[in-house]
Design a protein around this ligand. Sequence first.
Ligand code: C2E
Ligand code: MG
Ligand code: MG
Ligand code: MG
Length: 277
Amino acid sequence: QAKSLGRNGYACFDSALRQQNEQRLVMLRDMRQALTDAQFVMYYQPIVTMQTRQIHKAEALIRWQHPDKGMISPGHFIPLAEETQLIHQLGEFAFQQTLQTLSHLQQRHGAFQISLNVSPVQFNAKHTSLLKWQEQLHDANLQPEDVVIEITEGLMMQGEGRSQARLGQLIQQGFSIALDDFGTGYSSLAYLKQMDTDLIKIDKRFVDGIEHNEDDLVLCETMIMMAHQLGLKVIAEGIETATQHELLKQAGCDYGQGYFYAKPMSLADLEALLYNS
Ligand code: C2E
Ligand code: MG
Ligand code: MG
Ligand code: MG
């Protein structure tokens, strides 16, 4: 039937769709294999204290070391993982790895904090057990406040109220909470306060503009002031230049993250950096 529609372009559309579907299936199969073959790895991007450039924090970012395709970034596989429930296994892997790394770093280098991105799909799922996280934390002999859970504003809009309860539970268990990609969503001031977070992460798109756009600089300064008034610390994301660093430092930003300081790297590379700095 598709053939007879070919002249109108439907067959073409049909086969493009089929191809896309096939690609998804292949990727899904590969991802399952990757979990068994341990092809997923965690990278860590240093977060510096603005004033001193010291590194006592890092963000854990997942990577897929594909045997043929090389390193694949999360933007390419997280969405499909979220659609297919594989996100739960990926999330558990990321959490477990993060705890292991944190414990290792604290033993070798002293005070350290790692932040971890949690998918809203995982966060809001009925069967996700935060008690299990607490147990794992306890088994690893870690303080909950040294694990920072990064969530996005969008997360709170989903999950039929469960997300609020979950977030409350996390806070009660003592985890630190960071609001990721801040400024890109819809949160109001009241909302921010109600969520009881510890940190906000100013999104890269504001940082990008501050050198050349007065408005973006004012926005960043305002977000920083507002956060401080509410007793929150601020991390600026995606800092790529010395000027951005200087401007944000002058604006009183507490922490910085971005290629200007360091890209995400393997644990071995992070350790070398910590050792030499
Ligand atoms: P995110 O949490 O906002 O992470 C920051 C992203 O910005 C990372 O991309 C990081 O490599 C990139 N970045 C940092 N500094 C710079 C810079 O100076 N310039 C530029 N151009 N980029 C910079 P990445 O690793 O590709 O991660 C993308 C997103 O995927 C993350 O955004 C996060 O939402 C998600 N993600 C990453 N790892 C995980 C994970 O383990 N679990 C879940 N659920 N999501 C993850
Ligand atoms: Mg993040
Ligand atoms: Mg707290
Ligand atoms: Mg972000």
